[in-house]
Design a protein around this ligand. Structure first.
Ligand code: SF4
Ligand code: SF4
Length: 190
């Protein structure tokens, strides 16, 4: 298949200086407009200002607890099975008080591999895992610290990211769904 012929440039386009001047005029126009109309600024002055993500935004995962304080997850292995990135690792254990019940002794998600597809949330039959935190600050200094473990995902934001925690404390409307600074930390064990 032959490629379409290249469009022929007009005489003014072939003199690149004209196009350069046009570009500069456009840039200057936006600069002047922005100076007099601050609402036009799209830049979020992070970290002093944090963007509030929509409810549908897939942020950092959190693990939910039952009303009795036990972790909701029953280690059914649906989420690690469906995860296309194979980044969920669960070690299952039996509840000593009820051998019919299982729970995750360990529950790790390697956030460096996660592609935020949300399949784990969709697959969970127990509504035990959600990505509704709106947390997009998923960063660390080491690869190991990018593996979010059970404790981290249960006690989300609890003292692990102090600057963000302080911001959300002052701006509760922007706080992620899992952020409960005034409540004692839950252990998440059965
Ligand atoms: S969001 Fe997708 S890639 Fe990330 S842990 Fe869940 S299933 Fe795996
Ligand atoms: S989080 Fe949900 S899908 Fe994943 S192992 Fe636990 S109960 Fe199963």
């Amino acid at each position: 298949m032959s490629l379409p012929a290249a469009r022929k440039m007009s005489s003014t386009e072939s003199v690149y200086l004209v196009e350069v001047v046009k570009g500069l005029v456009m840039t200057m126009t936006h600069i002047v407009k922005n100076l007099f109309d601050q609402d036009r600024f799209r830049t979020v002055e992070y970290p002093d200002v944090r963007k509030t993500m929509t409810d549908r935004y897939r942020g950092a995962h959190r693990l939910l607890l039952r009303p009795d304080g036990k972790i909701k997850c029953v280690a059914c292995m649906c989420c690690p099975t469906i995860c296309p990135a194979k980044c969920i690792t669960i070690i299952a254990g039996e509840d000593p008080n009820d051998p019919a019940e299982k729970f995750p002794v360990e529950f790790d998600i390697d956030m460096l591999r996660c592609i935020f597809c949300g399949f784990c949330v969709e697959a969970c039959p127990k509504d035990a895992i959600r990505m509704d935190t709106r947390i997009y600050e998923i960063n660390a200094y080491t690869r190991q610290a990018m593996i979010h473990n059970k404790s981290y995902m249960v006690n989300l934001m609890d003292g692990i990211k102090p600057p963000a925690e302080e911001f959300y404390r002052l701006n509760p409307d922007s706080a992620p769904a899992g952020f409960t600074p005034d409540e004692p930390s839950a252990t998440g064990s059965p």
